[in-house]
Design a protein around this ligand. Structure first.
Ligand code: SF4
Length: 271
């Protein structure tokens, strides 16, 4: 039998919450429960047609698991960054839409439904009719911000997502010259830390999108086999990366030691 060390046990336990009295600390836990449960609500059925934000992941195992609607096994990631991101997106949509009124010009299109592929529609954050650019807001912590600022640029998943939105806008009949990632600082107190990454919507990007469709077709077959119970999650090839694993719904470091624990060991033990 595999034993769990006290350090592992403590690492898996939720962090105690602060309050000026024991009642306040207990109340904090109840408030966190409401936020966490609301953030975790997700479909549990076969959903082969994921949106553009999911399709560019490098990991077959993650995407096929999501398509198969497998239950979340990640107990380490916290929903707060995503809650903040959702709230900031809603605020920014209002801000850019209101700018059209302030300037008397229909420059910005916020939160528009686009269809880069009939089976994979999604909602694009922003289109700039003046620059003919497709823009995506990312609300990033310091580590992710540094990666976007680095020579390597944003992860493939973000570039693919923007490319797919760009394709969606082209299919709406609007010109798309470039894709733009707007990195808003989640953990800083000033907009001085805003950073913009851009690239042209060119042939190289179209090639990347062709790769995404090939990956998607393969992953759909894997998801069908998973959903039917013909294979298990660990039978699907994994591509662990520091960008993906910690936030992956199936990340479960203990599964590298215990066969009874479902999930994927991810970057702890690449397979
Ligand atoms: S934990 Fe990492 S390797 Fe495992 S499925 Fe998720 S992204 Fe892939």
């Amino acid at each position: 039998m595999t034993t769990i060390s006290p350090a592992d046990f403590m690492a898996a336990a939720p962090a105690p919450l602060g309050g000026n009295t024991p009642w306040a600390a207990r109340y904090a836990a109840e408030l966190r429960r409401v936020a966490t449960e609301h953030a975790a609500r997700a479909p549990r059925s076969l959903q082969l047609h994921l949106g553009p934000s999911e399709l560019g992941s490098p990991c077959d195992r993650q995407v096929a698991g999501k398509m198969a609607g497998l239950p979340v096994t990640n107990h380490v990631s916290d929903p707060w960054p995503s809650i903040v991101g959702t709230a900031v997106h809603a605020w920014l949509a209002e801000a850019f839409t209101a700018d059209n009124v302030r300037k008397g010009m229909a420059r910005w299109l916020a939160e528009v439904r686009v269809t880069p592929h009939p089976n994979h529609p999604g909602t694009a954050d922003l289109y700039d009719a003046v620059e003919q650019s497709v823009d995506d807001h990312k609300v990033l912590g310091e580590t992710s911000m540094q990666k976007v600022r680095s020579a390597e640029g944003p992860p493939r998943k973000y570039v693919a997502q923007l490319g797919l939105y760009g394709l969606g806008y082209l299919r709406l009949g609007l010109p798309v010259k470039r894709i733009v990632l707007i990195a808003w600082p989640r953990t800083k107190s000033s907009l001085d830390q805003l950073y913009v990454w851009e690239r042209l919507f060119d042939g190289e990007l179209v090639e990347l999108l062709a790769e995404v469709w090939t990956d998607t077709a393969r992953r759909q077959e894997q998801a069908k086999a998973l959903h039917a119970g013909h294979i298990q999650l660990r039978d699907i090839p994994a591509t662990p990366t520091s960008d993906e694993c910690f936030f992956c719904p199936f990340y479960r470091p203990e599964s590298s030691r215990e066969s009874s624990v479902t999930g994927c060991p991810g970057s702890v033990n690449p397979q």
